[in-house]
Design a protein. Structure first.
Length: 169
């Protein structure tokens, strides 16, 4: 029998096929319907509840929307007071300043990527990860969870297990 001769073309072709198969596998693993994102971690506003119960209620009442908007305004005020206290301290912490910029970027990008269904959002970055509090007029969807996690991952480099999405209703 004659041995099979491998030339550069065969090696390049095998490398391309391997790279393509790897890309398809990674794409499947990262897709929102399959793999890694199949069990999205959505936390309701109850601290010990780790599920969001689907309901057909939408937030259409103007009083409810105003109540939610006032919650986010209060959160922003508290965040701003804390930022001022830290910035007035004699030693400016570079990590803290980086977190402030990342939080602002996350909030801006999420607001830009979502449709008119989003009422508001606020991000908090800490040593243990990033919490994003969001409120929608209707229920939080898997697509929105995926978009939010992608924004946070790109801005912070955190893995999905360090990203918590909290729905404020």
């Amino acid at each position: 029998m004659n041995p099979i001769k491998l030339n550069k073309r065969h090696i390049v072709l095998a490398s391309i096929i391997f790279a393509l198969a790897t890309a398809v596998g990674i794409n499947y693993w990262l897709s929102p319907e399959n793999g890694m994102f199949k069990k999205n971690e959505i936390i309701s506003n109850a601290p010990d509840d780790t599920t969001v119960y689907a309901n057909s209620d939408s937030i259409e009442n103007k009083k409810d929307i105003e109540k939610i908007k006032s919650f986010f305004a209060e959160e922003r005020d508290q965040k701003e007071k804390y930022r001022k206290q830290v910035s007035d301290a004699p030693s400016n912490n570079q990590d803290y300043l980086k977190n402030i910029l990342q939080e602002d970027n996350i909030e801006s990008i999420i607001k830009g990527k979502m449709d008119d269904n989003l009422i508001d959002c606020i991000a908090r970055i800490g040593a243990d990860g990033c919490n994003v509090i969001v409120s929608f007029k209707t229920d939080l969807t898997k697509e929105n969870v995926y978009k939010i996690k992608e924004v946070v991952k790109k801005q912070t480099g955190f893995n999905n297990d360090k990203i918590k999405i909290i729905e404020k209703k």
